[in-house]
Design a binder for this molecule. Sequence first.
Ligand code: SF4
Ligand code: SF4
Ligand code: SF4
Length: 311
Amino acid sequence: LEGRVGEPRPKYVHTSEKGLWGQPTVLNNVETFANVPLIINQGAERFRSIGTERSKGTKIFSLVGKVNNTGLVEVPMGMSLADIIYKIGGGISGKKGLKGVQTGGPSGGIIPAQSLDTPVDFDELARLGSMMGSGSIIVIDEDTCAVDLARYFVDFLCSESCGKCLPCREGLKRMREILDAIKSGQGKKSDIQTLQDIAELMKEASLCALGRTAVNPVLSTIRHFREEYDAHIEERRCPALSCKSLVKYSIDPEICIACDLCQENCPQGAIYKSGEGFQVIDQSKCIRCGICFEICPKKVRAIVKESPGRA
Ligand code: SF4
Ligand code: SF4
Ligand code: SF4
């Protein structure tokens, strides 16, 4: 609500930034309320003794993604991302390398592995193009494609947008279209600038915080993983071997033991036996589902997965 009923509406003020009757209004957040009895019982100084200069107290994070120990963790503000992921989370699952983390929920930015020493507080996360947001930390491993990740969150936010204002409603859809094109190898060099232009407009002109922060996944992946965007656009190659349209499966006849497992399980009937008795993939039938790659015995690993790029 903005102003009392009947009062003239002030110009150029986002209605979403005012509370009831134009006054500060309590944020209905259980985590915030949970601090109140502690502050009353133990005193403000005790609360302020924990945390960083500008972010006080503790913070509860939902630690999820490619990490060994998932769950809710409460840490003092200022603990580094590395300590949260490795000391509490037990490291990256599946013995994979760490690519980065996404903080703050779907509208948060992606922080690269090189910045893991960052102390987690409101200011530091904002400096890296992310935010505290909903308090989630999603751990991302090396098999995740930065473009695909940005597309995933933009798609989610498309369905979250209420559609009231044009920058958010149309901006998200246009960004999703562009990211789809890049993922399928149809991207143009100008796409990155277009994404940045749309993002700047959304930040300036969206009515509420959803639209203004929805650009974070796109802007942060361009900022920290620009080389992946360039590989998709200029070479039609997905370095993480994640984008289906840019991945190719083949069989190494030197390694294949002709167990027939891949042929029996291919949903497309794309695998056949060559005259020499080894399996071959008919690329015109293959839909790149990856079943053969998963089913080939781990001790053999005769299926080759690659992103060869533009011929
Ligand atoms: S920014 Fe998005 S969610 Fe917020 S009012 Fe505009 S359309 Fe709705
Ligand atoms: S990726 Fe899927 S469709 Fe292609 S050959 Fe393997 S199992 Fe068949
Ligand atoms: S599953 Fe692997 S080893 Fe067996 S036939 Fe297929 S490629 Fe060869």
